[in-house]
Every structure is written in C-alpha cells, then in structure tokens.
Design a protein around this ligand. Structure first.
Ligand code: HEC
Length: 418
C-alpha cells in the first residue's frame, strides 16, 4: 500500500535553500513556540521534525496510514499530526515516539489546532465534523453543523473559549465550549483555510483570491490581491502580517490592520499547501515541490532552510557534494547519527546494512542481508529504497542521472572514510 502511494523524488538541480527530505508534496507546516523546531506533514505519509538552525531533520515520524495533512505544536513543544487515515497523533517533544492516538474521525483530518492552554486540541475533518479532544484522553466533543462533508480548517479564539471552523459549505462557524454555535460568516464560495489573529479576528480564504476578515462583533471586510484559489493562511504572532498561499504557487502577504498588500512571493509555480510564521517573523512554506522553504516576508527574499554543516561546506568543491545535499538533512558523513533522522554514513562501504550501533533501524532493514558497496548503494538509488529495501523508513527517492550517481558514490567513498 505504502509502495503504491510513494512518489519518486527525482533529485533536482542543487538548491541549498530549502529543507529537503519529503518524498511527496508538503501538506502542512508548524513552527514551535520557541522557533527551534519546524514540523512538516507530507503526502509521503510521514511527518518530519526539523531543526532550522542545523538544517537537519531530527526525526522522520511514520505512523499514519496515508498523507499527513495537518500539524500543530502545543505550547510545551510537543506536537500533533492529523492524517488521511482519520487519526490524530500526539508526539513527544523531539519526536521521540507517539504519546497517544486519537481515533474517531470517519474521514481525512484536514486541520488540527492546539488550545491556548495546551490542554485540548481541535480538529476538522472531511466527515462534516469538528472535534475537541482532551489531551489526556477522554471523550471528544463533537460539533456538527457544516452542511458539506469537507471541513478544511480549524482554529481557537485567543481566550480558548471557542473553536472556529471553515469548509466547502462556504461558512465560518463558531463553536463555543459553553454556549450556542453560530455562523460567523457565509462567504458564498468554498473555504480552504483560516487563521485567528491575536485580537480574535478570524481570517478565512478559499476558492476566490479574496481573504475574509471577520473581527469579533464587527462586520467582515475583505483583502484582495491573492491568486485564486487560496489553500493556506497564516498570521504572524502579533497579528501584523497575514500570508495566503495559493494553488498557483504564489504567496500574498498583507500588513494588518491596514490590509495593504505588501508582497507577493513567487514560488516554483506549484501549489503552496502550507504556511507558518516563526516567532522571529520568518515565513515557512511547504508545497508540491516537496520542499520546506523559508522567506523574509518583508523583502520577499528566499532565505533558505538547509544550512550546510561544516563537513558539507568543506567538501563542497566536489561534484558529488551537490548531490549529497539531498541526503544531508538526514545523514551525517562522520559520527553523530543520533542528531539526524537517518543513521550516520561514516564507514559506509564494507558495512553491513543496519549495523550502526545506537541507531533505531526499522525491523525491515535489520532483517536484510546486504553489505554496502558502490554496487549496492547504486542499486538503492536506482531502484529506489522502497523497491530495494522494502519496508524502509527512508523516504522514496532515486538519483535519476547516471553522472550524478557516480559523483555521489565518489563523494561518499571520499567522505565516509571507507
Ligand atoms: C528524510 C530523511 C532521509 C533522506 C533525505 C535520506 N535518507 Fe537515507 N535513510 C534515512 C533513514 C530514516 C534510514 C534508515 C531506514 C530504516 O531504518 O529503515 C536511511 C538509511 C540509509 C542507508 C542505509 C544505512 C545503513 O546503515 O544500513 C543508506 C546507505 C542511506 N540511507 C543513504 C542515503 C543517501 C545517499 C541519501 C541521499 C541520496 C539519503 N540516504 C537520503 C533517511 C533519509
């Protein structure tokens, strides 16, 4: 099943400017409250926990049976993921294993949001419902009222008194934890995304290029300038910037409260499914190009996500170093595998598969009888990990170009000391 949905990651020309690691479109992104971590969810069925400072993946999390469409951090640094399998998973800080699985949604979980007090999470799913789950377990509250199955977005009012949601029925709905639900706005077109500003204003966007702003108690107003259809919305921490990403690959940024369009970031021309601001104002985006990108929303500059480590810098004159950038997020060449999502490649050639001590290899890899040589590593990236090492936790990818493959092998031989 996993094989069927795995997408091939064909190694693209070099671009150190992003975090690479996902084998499919990036569908969701969140930044931790302290800015030290980013978590991304992908169509490749994994979530990746990144350290932006090191440009490295710290953990690849696989538990969902289907795309990971939703991610959110809790105030304490733990995070939740929601998936196509209808489940929500609460993960330990640092991604060190799941704490709890929340099951009950009957379809894809499209969005999750943590309550300001960190004691509950809200979810929106394509089963027409919005749910509020106590984190310590216990029965969820189920809110029904949307008139179409596809409920796409969910958020909390800043005081934690109510959840808001939006969906294909074109409504933004308010679900007080105590009190009567009501429709906040009916915009007349399908809605894909929402963001709640610190003053309680709800921003919602969807099939049109217009963003709706619904202030608490006041009449809605609109922001124009987005490229329809819009599929993700994010507000910065103090509510002075709002970003909207679209299916055509651009991201519009408005200054609030004025509502002035200040920038339109042009991405790779592919859908931008996810956006999130870091506490320092940097904007993170994820999309169909499988990358996690970092931008300065004020200047529109692409800041880059993957900061090369010292060993990669030192070796960057080698043609294989360029190819290795696609691996560097998860693998070191010397020592310290504990810090990355994959095992260290130090001493790779001549080494038995899954033999690095202290690295938690998958059962699948541990059961295999392969010794890493130029030939077997070449096979790994010609056939693809899913074919050559079925059941592996390494995301699917191939090195499509024979010259690149040779360069990568030369580079590995030189740098891994084998
Ligand atoms: C997003 C993270 C990620 C990326 C990117 C990645 N890998 Fe991996 N790799 C892993 C993980 C995780 C494993 C361990 C898989 C398991 O235990 O099933 C692994 C395993 C391996 C192994 C087997 C190691 C052993 O000790 O048996 C090799 C070789 C390898 N990767 C090479 C590469 C190369 C070369 C690239 C770039 C072309 C690459 N990987 C890209 C995550 C990644």
């Amino acid at each position: 099943m996993r094989l069927l949905v795995a997408l091939l990651l064909i190694l693209a020309p070099p671009a150190a400017a992003e975090l690479r690691g996902h084998g499919g479109p990036v569908k969701a992104i969140a930044v931790s409250p302290d800015g030290a971590h980013v978590v991304s969810g992908s169509f490749d069925q994994s979530a990746i926990l990144w350290s932006p400072a090191r440009g490295a993946a710290e953990a690849v999390l696989r538990l969902h049976e289907g795309a990971v469409d939703a991610v959110a951090f809790l105030p304490d640094g733990r995070f939740v993921t929601g998936g196509e399998d209808g489940r929500i998973v609460l993960w330990r800080e640092g991604g060190r294993g799941p704490v709890r699985v929340f099951a009950g949604h009957e379809a894809r979980v499209a969005a999750v949001a943590a309550a300001p007090d960190g004691e509950r999470i809200a979810s929106a799913a394509w089963d027409r419902s919005v749910r509020v789950w106590p984190l310590d377990g216990g029965e969820p509250r189920i809110f029904r009222g949307h008139t179409e199955n596809t409920v796409n977005a969910v958020g909390w009012l800043p005081d934690g008194s109510a959840v808001v949601s939006a969906g294909y029925d074109g409504t933004v709905r308010l679900w007080p934890l105590a009190g009567t639900p009501r429709v906040l706005a009916e915009v007349g077109f399908p809605l894909n995304a929402l963001a709640v500003l610190p003053d309680g204003t709800v921003a919602a966007a969807g099939a049109a290029g217009t963003v709706y702003l619904i202030p608490p108690g006041g009449p809605p107003r609109t922001l124009d300038g987005g490229t329809a259809p819009l599929i993700t919305l994010a507000a910065n921490r103090d509510g002075t910037r709002l970003a909207a990403g679209g299916i055509r690959g651009s991201v519009a940024i408005w200054a609030l409260p004025e509502g002035r369009l200040i920038r339109s970031l042009t991405g790779p021309g592919l859908p931008v499914w996810a956006a999130a601001f870091a506490p320092d104002g940097v904007l993170w985006t994820g999309g169909s190009d499988r990358r996690v990108r970092r931008w300065d929303p004020e200047t529109g500059a692409h800041l880059g996500g993957a900061v090369a480590g010292p060993e990669e810098e030192a070796a960057s004159d080698h043609p294989g170093a360029r190819v290795f950038r696609a691996c560097a997020a998860c693998h070191t060449l010397k020592g310290d595998s504990a810090n990355r999502a994959g095992p260290t490649l130090a001493g790779l050639f001549g080494r038995r598969i899954a033999s690095v001590p202290d690295y938690p290899f998958s059962e699948a890899l541990r059961g295999m009888d392969i010794v890493w040589t130029r030939e077997t590593v070449a096979k790994l990236f010609t056939l693809g990990p899913a074919t050559y090492t079925p059941g592996t936790r390494m995301p699917e990818q191939v090195v499509g170009n024979a010259q690149d493959l040779e360069a990568l092998l030369d580079f590995l031989e030189r740098e891994t000391g084998g």
